[in-house]
Design a binder for this molecule. Structure first.
Ligand SMILES: [Zn+2]
Ligand SMILES: [Zn+2]
Length: 344
């Protein structure tokens, strides 16, 4: 069995999802033609597995796809799926509906774990300071006691500052009514930010009331961030807002909300209506919104990726048909094909 990319010789990391084919964390297969490749993360080229290694591997992969894989995106010819840490490119269409919210949901629960670890480190550090303070006595002990109460939050706040900084948006926009110049939007003022659907493409945008004249209506005054700029700022602000992450339960109710709404765009319309202050949003609604806006953005990236994969597949399939045709006796290939399509 090969363990390195046949083109650039980068080693394939082993996957834990397949017993019979552990070569690589991104694989591609064609159940109809009986092909199996490992996809190199470094040079993007596909290494065709030796034919004798495909037999049982293809069966196992097909079973994994049916039982556990989630569909990320697909074209008419290629489906990109994920099972655990394994990316699977299936030639042909997958009989699944696309569901992407679970990926971002996982990001939120992972964030919660990190945050809890962070507050734990804060508590441990404060504990150590108290123990030290007890030995030296006096005011050090008082300072340590103060730390005990505040350190967990301070450590988490510091981590948030490292990751996000303090400003969600920089720019130069002028209030139409009074001429006030907006140069930045601080995360600190996020509760007052008004979220609203952009007119053009249904993505979310942001509005901020003018601190000088108080105007915020579109066409009158205030700051209005729309289109790409607006959407990216909304994503940053929501991620900052939910820096502590969310429990599994919360993520589940948030995703139920998205499912009931039907799509990310519909959810945005339901949750923010014609415009709502971030500070007024219910927590579940706000989390659903963060999942939905990220899902929509990620879906666009995935569509791009899967169309690139399709181009790769065309080239690699051409090569594979030559290799298989020249090197493999036809009866063996036929047998494999029948086996893979379940006609054996
Ligand atoms: Zn390579
Ligand atoms: Zn103004």
């Amino acid at each position: 069995m090969f363990t390195r990319c046949l083109v650039c010789h980068t080693p394939f990391p082993a996957n834990e999802e397949l017993e019979r084919y552990a070569t690589g964390t991104r694989i591609a297969y064609d159940p109809v033609r009986g092909r199996l490749w490992s996809v190199c993360r470094s040079c993007k080229r596909w290494s065709l597995a030796p034919i004798e290694e495909r037999w049982e591997a293809l069966e196992e992969i097909e079973k994994l796809v049916t039982d556990r894989a989630k569909l990320l995106s697909q074209t008419d010819n290629i489906a990109l799926l994920r099972a655990g840490h394994l990316d699977i490119i299936k030639v042909g269409r997958a009989n699944l509906t696309e569901e992407a919210w679970w990926r971002y949901g996982r990001e939120l629960t992972a964030r919660r774990e990190r945050h809890q670890k962070m507050t734990f480190i804060g508590t441990a550090a404060a504990g150590a300071a108290i123990a030290g303070g007890l030995l030296t006595g006096g005011s050090a002990w008082l300072a340590a006691w103060f730390l005990w109460d505040n350190a967990p939050d301070k450590v988490a706040d510091f981590a948030r500052w490292i990751r996000f900084g303090s400003t969600a948006w920089y720019g130069h926009e002028i209030c139409q009514r009074c001429g006030f110049v907006f140069r930045a939007v601080d995360y600190k003022r996020r509760a007052g930010l008004i979220l609203l659907p952009s007119q053009e493409n249904g993505t979310l945008g942001l509005t901020l009331r003018c601190p000088k004249c108080g105007e915020y209506r579109a066409g009158e005054g205030g700051l209005h961030l729309t289109g790409r700029e607006g959407e990216q700022t909304v994503r940053r602000v929501l991620a900052y807002h939910h820096h502590a992450g969310a429990t599994d339960k919360k993520v589940r109710s948030a995703t139920r909300l998205i499912e009931e709404a039907g799509s990310a765009q519909d959810l945005s319309r339901i949750v923010v209506k014609q415009g709502r202050r971030l500070g007024d949003l219910q927590r579940t609604g706000a989390i659903a919104l963060e999942i939905a806006v990220n899902e929509a953005a990620e879906q666009r990236l995935l569509e791009l990726e899967v169309s690139c994969l399709e181009a790769h597949w065309r080239a690699e399939e051409e090569l594979a048909s030559i290799i298989d045709g020249e090197l493999t006796p036809l009866p063996l290939l036929d047998h494999l094909r029948r086996k893979a399509t379940g006609q054996a």
